[in-house]
Design a protein around this ligand. Structure first.
Ligand SMILES: C[S@@+](CC[C@H](N)C(=O)[O-])C[C@H]1O[C@@H](n2cnc3c(N)ncnc32)[C@H](O)[C@@H]1O
Ligand code: SF4
Ligand code: SF4
Length: 331
């Protein structure tokens, strides 16, 4: 994975330090629509929803000025359903290098011209969901032809050499055996890979949560192999400590210490704040401090280990140290 230029890294660290001290979020996830092209088996989105109250592109500036995050995720539903997505990204970036901006998408609607337009608007990283290294992905996402589309498009865009595409693979009982085959696919396509962990909180379905001793042994075996495949290029984007924590999350069926609402938060499609995408207490932008007080300070939910948590559960010195080390590649 491409390293950030030093100037951008220093900006992220500088703004992160200020936000940490002033209780502003480090990461904000904008869910720009609740509608989706897919009906994935592990998710509570799926299909079209009422989009009439969605924020308009110009309204994103107000959130950016108030929250000033270092990192933004543009997500959904399926963000590529928004015909004005490029304009939204421009308003989030406002011509600046910050925030570091990640588009989280299934890529069901991605094309080469749109990829280039979104890059030019300020997307720094394209996070593309992949659950299986073949057309079982279509069945899991209930979207015929999706795998074929990705197989055509991803290597083609990777060859442009921007090194900004990361496959995002959510580990479930269904794809546990494919952990390394998905890594093979990332290598074959010339892109990076980030694993994430299934949470039963979205749908209430625990069948996809690896829990049995056999499943946990298989998980650990596959992740041991992943560890052995690391090299100096950072193509496996999760750190070793994050994958270790992911193992513990599955082992214990939970991970305490969540800072949702404080260090990270979600802005819903209609512009209200939520602690995370799976907690539905809603606050207007002006009442963010109440969300920290009323939700985060007493939150005991441990029901997911999404990647955002893996960074922001840490203490500030640990987070800062890891970021500086990652940049200079020491230790
Ligand atoms: C909610 S989707 C939104 C963006 C886009 N539609 C996509 O699928 O990439 C973001 C990520 O959440 C993951 N996800 C969905 N349901 C999940 C669950 N129950 N637990 C953990 N991750 C989940 C998806 O696999 C996807 O990578
Ligand atoms: S995971 Fe993404 S693509 Fe699948 S239903 Fe949920 S929002 Fe849609
Ligand atoms: S652990 Fe935190 S981020 Fe995950 S569902 Fe619970 S409150 Fe949300």
């Amino acid at each position: 994975m491409r390293k950030l230029p030093l100037s951008q890294s220093l900006q992220v660290i500088g703004r992160g330090t200020v936000n940490w001290m002033t209780d502003r979020p480090i990461v904000v996830s904008f869910e720009v629509t609740d509608s989706c092209t897919c009906h994935c088996l592990h998710c509570d989105h799926g299909g079209m929803r009422d989009d009439s109250r969605n924020l308009r592109p110009a309204e994103y500036g107000r959130y950016m000025q108030a929250l000033r995050p270092c990192v933004v995720q543009v997500s959904g539903g399926e963000p590529l359903l928004r015909p004005d997505l490029v304009q939204i990204v421009r308003n989030i970036k406002a011509g600046s290098k910050l925030p570091y901006t990640i588009l989280v998408s299934s890529w069901s609607l991605m094309t080469q011209p749109l990829y280039l337009e979104l890059r030019a608007a300020g997307i720094d990283q394209f996070s593309v969901s992949l659950d299986f290294p073949d057309d079982r992905h279509d069945n899991f996402r209930c979207y015929p032809g999706l795998y074929r589309h990705l197989e055509d498009l991803i290597p083609q865009l990777a060859r442009l050499g921007h090194d900004d595409i990361v496959l995002n693979s959510c580990i479930t009982t269904e794809n546990l055996g494919e952990i390394n085959a998905i890594a093979d696919k990332a290598r074959e396509w010339g892109v990076n890979l980030c694993y994430s962990a299934y949470s039963a909180r979205r749908t209430g379905c625990r069948d996809f949560l690896p829990q049995s001793p056999q499943q946990l042994a298989a998980l650990n075996g596959h992740l041991d192999r992943v560890e052995a495949r690391r090299d100096g290029t950072n193509w496996i984007v999760n750190s070793r400590s994050t994958l270790d924590a992911t193992r513990r999350y599955f082992q214990d069926s939970g991970m305490p210490g969540c800072k949702a609402g404080h260090r990270f938060l979600v802005v819903t499609a209609d512009g209200t704040l939520q602690p995370c995408s799976m907690q539905f207490r809603r606050y207007p932008l002006e009442r963010r401090a109440d969300m920290i007080q009323e939700f985060t300070r007493t939150n005991s939910c441990d029901q997911c280990y999404v990647s955002i948590r893996s960074y922001l559960d840490k203490s500030f010195p640990q987070l800062l140290g890891e970021n500086v080390r990652a940049f200079f590649k020491v230790g």
